[in-house]
Design a protein around this ligand. Structure first.
Ligand code: HEM
Length: 500
């Protein structure tokens, strides 16, 4: 039998060989990454757009401070598509419906490329909004089994009830004295509490405002956590994750995230303990001791017991569905205050309320930028403005709903507030990707129908109770800032006069 003894020289040769292999592999990887980048650079150069790199780019256009203004200038100067460099990354801004369709409708490019995902991750982990690739696919499949038409319809009564609570809380605050004195009220905070309660009721099956110290504590932590998200988005330095983690804001957010996650875990445990027969027989909130029947969590627990997944998806649904809807309702009230004739009619006409919702989301889509990382080239057909173009693999396409929704080629008098654009006959000829407040294709908003129901529920309760007026102008409303969602720089300020 042969005996093998390992000599020091053998070990050295093996290590040298391994090192050589690793170096060769890394050189090959770098070479192919370099050749991909050079290709991207070459193809990107052929696209229209400024030559300089943002944030300090040609014609004084800067992304720092006022991104909406910068985007508007780029759009007016270069039209669509418009390629911009941000550091070494290439973004292509698009606002043509056919371009939007080519990018969004295919299942090929499903990963988003925007800072919002990174910013949300400490709170939502791999939840639907911030996940990528196969993780996203499996999560989406799971949640799609819950957000179905019948479940949505069952939620409407609860959404209206939460809106009634909002109106009752507004009466003593904004009743006769305040309105007689002509005081305008900051509205977003109240709407934010209402939409959080709506979403929490539907997702975890309990009203957070209806009582319970832990619920009230959660609302406080949640609201502060949303403020930390906005504060981070507004400060470019804090978008760098290691800097954020070390900052006082980052440390505060980590604590808030921890307490929110504990609350969610606790809600999951409580729901698990509830015997299933009891939950099946529940048909009213009263019979469940304050628990609302038919929540998304109840349905999710039938499909999975994965604690982390449940925590991430519940946090995602709360965050994705609360701020966006609250902002959209505020924009609707503000527009109605500027158009009293439409408001008077809408106060009693639910079909018109629905059109108001859609027209508001056209003029002010709360999340106006839809980004996708392009994993393969996208061929854009020639239009009146340019010949055929290629969006290269490795760049990021950003569909700008704000401009698409105001394109005069699609919308008559695009800046005018005209809810009747959404009468069924007026929509017939419209391109399916001309209206994208909820994005489009396989990665579009999973809560789009639910959100419109939330908005309708609130309008159907607030408008018959109050006449809404404002001293703000339409120009004030157009002066937008961009945080997690767009909002007017001066906030939403409205006067509420109780109707007789
Ligand atoms: C007016 C209110 C809302 C607006 C304007 C809005 C808008 C959007 C937009 C633009 C996207 C990205 C779509 C894309 O990239 O193509 C999105 C994604 C998402 N939204 Fe909404 N949303 C609203 C309300 C809600 C509600 C109420 C929920 C759930 C309760 C929700 C849950 C989500 C989730 C989970 C995603 C990620 C979907 C995915 O990546 O697969 N949203 N939303």
């Amino acid at each position: 039998m042969a005996h093998w003894t390992l000599q020091a020289s053998d070990v050295a040769s093996a290590l040298a060989l391994l090192l050589a292999l690793l170096l060769a592999l890394s050189a090959a990887t770098r070479a192919s990454a370099l050749s991909r980048w050079l290709r991207l650079r070459r193809l990107a150069k052929a696209l229209p757009g400024p030559t300089d790199t943002l944030p300090i780019c040609g014609d004084g256009i800067s992304l720092r401070g006022a991104p909406i203004t910068a985007l508007r200038r780029l759009y007016h100067k270069h039209g669509t598509p418009c390629r911009v460099w941000v550091g070494p990354r290439v973004y292509v801004l698009l606002s043509h419906p056919e371009h939007a369709r080519l990018v969004l409708s295919t299942g090929a490019h499903v990963d988003r490329d925007d800072y919002i995902m990174e910013v949300l991750r400490p709170l939502t982990g791999n939840g639907l909004l911030a996940s990528r690739g196969d993780v996203w696919r499996s999560r989406r499949r799971l949640l799609s089994r819950v957000y179905k038409t019948q479940w949505l319809q069952e939620q409407y009564a609860w959404l209206q009830k939460a809106a009634e609570t909002l109106v009752s809380s507004m009466r003593p605050l904004w009743g006769d004295e305040a309105s007689a004195a002509g005081a305008e009220q900051e509205t977003l905070g109240h709407l934010a509490a209402c939409t959080l309660d709506q979403v929490a009721g539907s997702v975890v099956g309990r009203s957070l405002l209806a009582g319970g110290a832990d619920g009230v504590g959660f609302v406080k932590d949640y609201m502060r956590a949303v403020q930390t998200l906005h504060a981070r988005v507004m400060n470019p330095f804090l978008l760098v994750t290691p800097i954020f983690k070390l900052s006082s804001l980052g440390r505060e957010q980590a604590k808030l995230a921890n307490s929110m996650h504990q609350f969610i875990d606790h809600s999951v445990e409580k729901m698990k303990k509830l015997p299933s027969e009891e939950s099946e027989s529940c048909d009213s909130e009263a019979s469940t001791g304050g628990r609302l029947p038919g929540s998304a969590l109840e349905a999710l627990l039938e499909l999975t017991q994965d604690r982390r997944l449940l925590r991430e998806e519940i946090a995602t649904l709360l965050l994705a569905g609360q701020d966006t809807t609250a902002t959209a309702i505020c924009f609707a009230l503000q527009l109605l205050a500027l158009h009293p004739e439409i408001q008077e009619e809408a106060a009693w006409d639910e079909a018109l309320q629905e059109r108001v919702v859609r027209e508001t989301l056209r003029l002010f889509p709360p999340s106006p930028l839809l980004s996708r990382e392009l994993t393969a080239d996208v061929q854009l057909p020639a239009t009146d403005d340019h010949g055929p173009l290629v969006l290269p693999a490795g760049s990021s396409a950003v569909v700008c709903a704000l401009f698409l929704h105001r394109d005069p080629a699609i919308w008559d008098e695009p800046h005018a507030f005209r809810p009747d654009r959404f009468l069924p006959e007026a929509c017939k000829e419209r391109h399916p990707f001309a209206y994208l407040p909820f994005g489009g294709g396989p990665r579009s908003c999973i809560g789009s129908k639910y959100a419109q129901m939330q908005m309708r529920a609130v309008l159907s309760k607030v408008l018959p109770a109050f006449r809404v007026t404002t001293t703000a102008t339409r120009e004030d409303l157009e002066d937008l800032k961009m945080g997690m969602v767009i909002t007017p720089k001066n906030g939403f300020n409205l006067r509420y006069e109780p109707r007789g």
